[in-house]
Design a binder for this molecule. Sequence first.
Ligand SMILES: [Zn+2]
Length: 58
Amino acid sequence: MFHAKLICSDGDCADTFEAWGTLEELEVLACDCGCTLEVLSWDEAEAGDGRAELQLVR
Ligand SMILES: [Zn+2]
């Protein structure tokens, strides 16, 4: 399981997110605006409940 920091690929949006999940799950996450997310950094995380989680970071 991984913990990643992601940013919206739309330069006008640029919301940043933190997410927990497998790499496959992290790759298919999308921003609320509909654009894909780019991974800024990631590291290994403790296994949680096995569910991908996405949190908007303000
Ligand atoms: Zn966005």
